[in-house]
Ligand binder design. Structure first.
Ligand code: COD
Ligand code: ZN
Length: 364
């Protein structure tokens, strides 16, 4: 089958034939239907995030079950599924305490399936699976716990986006921050994930939602997704602008949704006394944010991370499906460009385009 393989950071992805072994116990063989172009893969492509190579990237995916390995009970051939990039073991401390997004076994097996081996290879060379999804390919083998069934007619691109940007962004707003009605919110970075933080804040009935982004196009998107104000840091100081829009206080909740030390500082400094700062982005390895410890204590700010929207994929992704189907969140409006798998390098070149909400690969 065809896959986009990353051999070395800084190099383009290579579209080529690779071998995919059949699913083992507890695993599922998937025909990929859609794969989103998320910045997290780009962090790996650029070498800003470390990963075992060679690797098939792609962690925002959906598809149809082709066949299942021994013991699989949750899905059967023909089922349509959202793929979760944090499948879980069900036995570790975090799974047992309702935080499966932090599963120990998942984190201890980067680049492989949960048993520590790969199904992808090219002859004797093994190829790693990014996020246990590896959906920049025609097919994938994934753990059963990474499959969330949807109705047979649920659209595959929308299902893929629920697999990452929707759940990560909306979840950060509703499960992690638990934004309260009428409060003020600032979202630093309004790409695919940040726009979902914006609509998550709208869903929580936030009073003011301030979008902060260096791209005018993304700011326009944010206004369509529920932002009430926009701030461009290339034109004005973002911290001063957020303070001015919040009566000099700073925002009740701020979100960092780009992944850099500088934007973490912006989010921290733009929060009011007693405010909550939620960091969603992963800054490049080795980069640090400088936080004033005095401000942290004397201003009683809360600084917290959020991974996968602090959601429990198996129970919370169906919630996202419901929110979409009842018109409470917009996913259609995010999908601005579709691509063929062979055009994936172009799709990553387009990611910063002002008219791009989310690119999606729909032809494999
Ligand atoms: N100030 C404000 N906005 C900025 C700045 C800045 N200095 N620099 C860039 N931006 C904007 C860009 O213009 C863009 O609109 C936005 O930030 C980023 O959007 P995208 O679409 O490129 O990125 P996303 O939304 O696909 O991904 C954002 C993440 C933060 C999720 C990603 O970058 C990341 O850090 N991922 C690692 C965390 C993780 O693993 N999450 C789970 C899988 S996604
Ligand atoms: Zn992602």
């Amino acid at each position: 089958m065809k896959a986009a393989v990353l051999y070395q950071a800084g190099q383009p992805l290579v579209i080529e034939d690779v071998e995919l072994d059949p699913p083992k116990a507890g695993e599922v063989h998937i025909k990929i239907g859609a794969a989103g172009i998320c910045r997290s893969d780009l962090h790996v492509i650029k070498g800003e995030a470390n990963h075992l190579m060679p690797a098939v990237l792609g962690h925002e995916g959906s598809g149809t079950v082709l066949d299942v390995g021994p013991g699989v009970t949750r899905v059967k051939p023909g089922d349509r599924v959202i793929l979760s990039f944090v499948p879980y073991c069900g036995h570790c401390h975090f799974c047992l305490t309702n935080r499966a997004n932090l599963c120990d076994r998942h984190q201890a097996t980067p680049g492989t399936l949960l048993d520590g081996t790969t199904r992808l290879h090219k002859g004797t060379q093994r190829i790693h699976h990014y996020g246990k999804v590896a959906c920049f390919a025609q097919e994938a083998v994934v753990p059963e716990t990474g499959c969330i069934p949807v109705a047979p007619d649920f659209p595959l691109p929308q299902a893929a986006l629920i697999g990452c940007c929707v759940t990560t962004g909306v979840g950060a707003a509703i499960y992690n921050a638990r934004i309260t009605p009428g409060s003020t919110v600032a979202v630093v970075g309004c790409g695919g994930v940040g726009l979902n933080v914006v609509q998550g804040a709208r869903l929580q009935n936030a009073g003011k939602i301030i979008a902060v982004d260096i791209s005018e196009g993304k700011l326009e998107f944010a206004m369509r997704f529920g932002a009430t104000h926009s701030v461009n840091p290339t034109v004005q100081d973002p911290v001063a602008a957020v303070k001015e829009l919040t009566g000099g206080l700073g925002a009740d909740y701020t979100f960092e949704v780009f992944g850099s030390g500088e934007t973490v500082q912006t989010a921290f400094n733009a929060a009011r006394k007693g405010g909550t700062v939620v960091v969603v982005g992963l800054a490049p390895a080795g980069e640090y944010a400088s936080i004033d410890p005095i401000a942290l204590v004397r201003q009683e700010k809360t600084l917290k991370g959020s991974y996968y929207g602090s959601a429990r994929p198996v129970t919370d992704m169906p919630v996202m499906v419901q929110l979409y189907q009842s018109g409470k969140i917009d996913i259609d409006g995010l999908i601005t460009r579709t691509y063929r798998l062979e055009d994936i390098n172009q799709a990553y070149k387009d990611i910063d385009g002002s008219d791009v909400g989310r690119g999606v690969i729909t032809q494999f």
